[in-house]
Design a protein around this ligand. Structure first.
Ligand SMILES: O=c1ccn([C@@H]2O[C@H](COP(=O)(O)O)[C@@H](O)[C@H]2O)c(=O)[nH]1
Length: 277
């Protein structure tokens, strides 16, 4: 079985590292002339996938925007994840799940178990109950070539007080968590199956994260585009960890409307390439 890190590397080698978020916000559905309902979210997401084909290899549907529509929204999310995976996209389900271990295990089964209706390639998870509480999810992911991205330093400013506070170890909470994740990936030859989410809205060192540690840890990087950070500044934000970052853009592409998506994606890719060179 091919591990998640290797699968992620193959996709980024083929299509670049940019990840397109698929978030059917009510305002975007209106702007696109679609209903703010499950049918509108379906048309929106299918159009976004069509634009992404051949331009990016990774997509990140945000479950919240489908959950808004209850069972009908979940049916759409199932279809979108399945269609995207069948088309060869690597799908990161942005679900931000976490709980005591036995319940976390059920989240893992929902989003990562082969054959599950919502099976994705990776999911986002929350370690507020301790990184160890996610062990069942991480073990399930490793057994099936899947990935788990743990929120570490988020892009929203409200997270900083908690995430930058100094823990008993003398490190910031974010810095300690990043270190604990890196330790688990230490045996990997390339990227491991356990990633972190580190927002792009301020340099990662401000959160007490040592970028040198992240060589084997894939980093999901939201906060580019709509939240204000330019893709061209990737290196300034992540330092030596920049090579491990999967930068994510959502509203800054999707707000271009159904007829402007391809051009917006091409412009974002070009800006990322400039910054990476
Ligand atoms: O720290 C975080 C973690 C996750 N997100 C998610 O990423 C996208 C960002 O969308 P934009 O339109 O590019 O702002 C969204 O789904 C968030 O839930 C994040 O922004 N920050």
């Amino acid at each position: 079985m091919t591990g998640f890190g290797e699968r992620l590397r193959a996709v980024t080698d083929a299509h670049g590292r940019l990840c397109l978020g698929i978030d059917p916000h009510a305002e975007l559905l209106r702007q696109w002339g679609l209903g703010d309902d499950a049918a509108g979210a379906r048309a929106f997401a299918l159009r976004a996938l069509a634009a992404a084909r051949g331009r990016v290899g990774i997509v990140k549907p945000q479950a919240a925007f489908f959950e808004r529509f209850g069972a009908a929204g979940y049916a759409v999310l199932e279809e979108i994840i399945g269609t995207a995976r069948a088309d060869g996209f690597l799908v990161i389900a942005d679900v931000k799940r976490g709980d005591i271990g036995s319940t976390a295990a059920a989240y893992g089964q929902a989003w990562l178990a082969p054959g599950s209706p919502l099976e994705a390639d990776a999911m986002t998870a929350v370690a507020y109950q301790g990184l160890g509480s996610l062990d069942p999810v991480i073990e399930l992911a490793e057994a099936h070539g899947k990935g788990v991205f743990v929120l570490t330093a988020t892009s929203n400013p409200e997270g900083r007080g908690l995430q930058q506070s100094v823990s008993g170890s003398g490190r910031s909470v974010a810095g300690q968590l990043a270190r604990d994740v890196a330790v688990r990936n230490a045996g990997a030859t390339g990227w491991g199956a356990l990633g972190v989410v580190i927002g792009a809205t301020e340099p990662i060192t401000a959160s007490g994260i040592d970028p040198v540690l992240l060589q084997h840890t894939p980093v999901l990087g939201p906060g580019f585009g709509y939240q204000g950070t330019r893709l061209g500044t990737l290196r300034d934000v992540y330092g030596v960890a920049a090579a491990s970052v999967i930068p994510t853009v959502t509203r800054s592409v999707l707000s271009a409307g159904p007829d402007g998506l391809e051009a917006a994606l091409d412009a974002h890719r070009a800006e990322l390439e400039q910054g990476a060179s």
